[in-house]
Design a protein around this ligand. Structure first.
Ligand SMILES: [Zn+2]
Ligand SMILES: [Zn+2]
Length: 104
């Protein structure tokens, strides 16, 4: 088990986490952000960079089903749907190159 994993395991059992988990669920409205189900809601870390000092968007609530699918997607693409969405928006916002820069 590496250090990060160890830290996570310890953290997840702490009272601080219980509090943050509750805040996260309150913040997101206690339901899955992908399908809005309030059944069997898990919390998923999008980033572990601020472990112990997370901001609300580091952690998202997902129902068991979406959580499983979400991890499958991450394993497949190495990034989560939220990041992809941002990337797509950035791409759309980018101005097209002027005609004479198109290489053909
Ligand atoms: Zn869901
Ligand atoms: Zn997860």
């Amino acid at each position: 088990m590496d250090d990060r994993r160890q830290m996570y395991e310890t953290y997840i059992k702490s009272d601080k986490w219980k509090l943050i988990r509750k805040q996260v669920l309150d913040f997101w409205g206690n339901r899955c952000i992908l399908c809005y189900s309030d059944y069997n809601v898990h919390v998923h870390h999008r980033s572990y960079d601020r472990l112990g000092n997370e901001i609300m968007t580091d952690i998202i609530p997902l129902c068991a089903e979406c959580h499983e699918r979400h991890h499958w997607v991450i394993d497949e693409l190495r990034e989560d749907p939220y990041t992809q969405m941002i990337r797509t928006l950035e791409m759309l916002a980018k101005p097209r190159p002027p005609e004479d820069e198109i290489p053909f």
